[in-house]
Design a protein around this ligand. Structure first.
Ligand code: ADP
Ligand code: MG
Length: 255
């Protein structure tokens, strides 16, 4: 089985929409097992970056890969299978399914049994399904949702739905987990809990790319902060260094 620790590298990654360059020659390196925050003013290109590396948008120029494996031009599905899992800015759960079932769906891509196993319910299929279920139960415990396992996802309070999304993404056993504004709409206590969860995920060897506005959360969890402005990377360093970078201060507070 492959190592979980992944390095995402983008080289000259560029996305154009007609005449607008939303992302311009971005070189970003997310080191294995680190929490890497991607920040920048509205319209800076953060979502475009995320959509490019998850296969939603096809880059106009440049390349990207995980652990040296080139992913440029691959489909969303292939990229997910090769180890990149993401959550969305707006939660996209299966509301009618239970909490546990949502996590099981997240792990479906890991099932390896073939058509014959599927039709005949072979021991192989039963074993894989047992393993998937055990992993899903473990993930629910990790995100603190064990007591809600059998409730329909749509009845969960908002903060818990966000956690469920993280559990579902982790069920695919990603090498890189991409979190798009996970703190949006959370209380300050929920944000503290989220920070602890993100640190644990990174400590387990899964690299985390965090798109976030919430400065306290970034300072609490990020090993590296990359700043985008008008589609360009203007800084990429430790949080304490980036915070004092004149170009970054200008991008956020300049006129
Ligand atoms: P951020 O997520 O940092 O707020 P975005 O990546 O959403 O920024 O947007 C970067 C720029 O690209 C903006 O000017 C935005 O209007 C433009 N843009 C984003 N997506 C599209 C699209 N699908 N079609 C046209 N323009 C887009
Ligand atoms: Mg955005």
């Amino acid at each position: 089985s492959r190592a979980t620790t992944a390095e995402l590298v983008t080289q000259g990654l560029t996305v154009r929409f007609g005449g607008l360059t939303a992302l311009s020659h971005a070189n970003v390196r997310v080191k294995g097992g680190e929490v890497h925050a991607l920040i920048g003013p509205n319209g800076a290109g953060k979502s475009t970056f995320v959509n490019a590396i998850s296969g939603v948008y096809r880059p106009s120029e440049g390349a990207f890969g995980i652990d040296g494996e080139d992913l440029t031009g691959k489909s969303q599905h292939e990229i997910a299978r090769l180890g990149l899992a993401r959550t969305f800015q707006n939660t996209e759960l299966f509301g009618e399914l239970t909490v546990l079932e949502n996590v099981l769906v997240g792990g479906q891509s890991r099932l390896r049994y073939g058509l014959v196993d599927a039709l005949l319910r072979t021991p192989r299929r039963r074993r894989e399904e047992r393993e998937l279920r055990a992993a899903a139960v473990g993930l629910l415990a990790f995100v603190g949702l064990t007591d809600h396992a059998n409730e329909a996802a749509r009845y969960l309070p908002f903060g818990l739905q966000r956690r469920l999304e993280i559990a579902r993404a982790l069920a695919a056993r990603p090498r890189l987990l991409l979190l798009d504004e996970p703190a949006a709409g959370l209380t300050s206590q929920e944000i503290d809990e989220l920070a602890a969860m993100i640190r644990k995920i990174a400590a387990s060897g899964v690299s985390v790319l965090l798109i976030e506005h919430h400065v306290d959360l970034i300072m609490a969890v990020a090993d590296t902060v990359t700043v985008l402005d008008y589609g360009q990377v203007i800084a990429s360093d430790r949080p304490g260094v980036v915070q004092n970078d004149p170009r970054v201060i200008e991008a956020y507070f300049g006129s």
